[in-house]
Design a binder for this molecule. Structure first.
Ligand code: CP
Length: 334
């Protein structure tokens, strides 16, 4: 990655570098160029249809998905690719990931063979694999996605891993670029309550991308929900949600489980829900969420149904973000 002061360097958007993999913002050689490429794809969805001719993308899902599955398939098809989708856990053999395992249990195939075989059929492989939320070291080592990188012999595209969701984060940056009304908007990532323990992948990744974007970035959450320092980086962090909302241009709501008390729900205070009263503290902020969202748990109906909610537009942008990324990956393998 070319960097300036530890940040991805902004280069001429017409001269975009190719990408050999897309697992995090660190794989992006030109952040501003990639955002502009997504906006170009949106203006001209079929302009690069020739690039994917006779190329196949395999999309492997170890976990559920609506947006990632459909938007990535649509993006690849817009680029002229053939698409194969597999729900790995439901449709395939149980996969073993442990090196040296004596495979006398219920896992019939090792990732060494499975990934290599999928690599025989596909030119690019997308993988979605959520964390266990039981074993922090294992989850943060990105065991599943890294074994696909190691054994598939093909470029790997993250469809959300244990610790990151880069296609979502690129989408979010593209959406902020479209809606911002000042050069350096205030963007607030706020924790919100939930009934289940959720991964840190979306907030980790959002923080990682916002920390290298030209925004005034603030994170607010109850005590104990600190993100891993490598993701929160230099963001301003406050336990005072109202203070964080003051003057904000974008409110990005998301629940996550504790990193410190790994995978635990240590606070479910409904006072952290996003309400119209809290939105009134902002600079007429746009409301963002990656979806799916639990109404009246994470955010009130009145906020989600208001004109300031841009969650559907944001989800629509998933196609153009994926298309920009796959285009760069196709460029790398031509
Ligand atoms: N935001 C997102 O990744 O949605 P899905 O889990 O439905 O793919």
């Amino acid at each position: 990655m070319s960097t300036e002061n530890g940040k991805p360097k902004t280069e001429n958007p017409q001269l975009i570098s190719s990408m050999k993999q897309f697992l995090s913002v660190h794989d992006v050689p030109d952040l501003s160029g990639l955002v502009q490429e997504a906006l170009r794809q949106k203006q001209n969805p079929f302009g690069d249809e020739h690039l994917g001719h006779h190329k196949t993308i395999g999309l492997l899902f170890f976990n559920s998905s609506l947006r990632t599955r459909l938007s990535t398939q649509k993006a690849a098809e817009n680029l002229g690719m053939k698409v194969m989708v597999m729900n790995v856990t439901a449709d395939s053999w149980g996969l073993e990931f442990e090196d040296g395992a004596i495979m006398n249990g219920n896992k019939a195939e090792h990732v060494k063979e499975a990934a290599a075989v999928i690599g025989q059929y596909c030119d690019i492989i997308g993988v979605r694999s959520f964390p266990t939320l039981n074993d922090r070291e294992k989850d943060y080592s990105e065991e599943v996605v890294n074994q696909f990188v190691k054994y598939a012999g093909r470029p790997i595209l993250s469809l959300e891993s244990s610790t990151r969701h880069p296609l979502q984060s690129l989408t979010d940056l593209v959406t902020i670029e479209e809606y911002k009304t000042k050069p350096r908007p205030k963007v607030v990532l706020t924790w919100a309550p939930h009934v289940k323990a959720l991964p840190q992948a979306v907030p980790n990744s959002f923080a990682e991308w916002m920390n290298v974007a030209d925004v005034d970035f603030v994170i607010t959450h109850p005590e104990g929900y600190e993100l891993a320092p490598q993701f929160s980086g230099n963001a301003k962090v406050t336990y005072n949600q109202n203070e964080a909302f003051e003057g904000a241009d974008f409110i990005y709501a998301k629940n996550w489980s504790s990193y410190r008390e790994y995978g635990k729900i240590i606070n479910s205070d409904p006072a952290w829900r996003v309400t119209t009263e809290k939105m009134a503290l902002t600079n007429d902020a746009k409301f963002m969420h990656c979806l799916p969202v639990r109404r009246n748990v994470v955010v009130d109906d009145a906020v989600l149904d208001s004109p300031n909610s841009i969650v559907i537009h944001e989800a629509g942008n998933r196609v153009w973000a994926a298309q920009a990324v796959i285009k760069q990956m196709l460029t790398a393998i031509r």
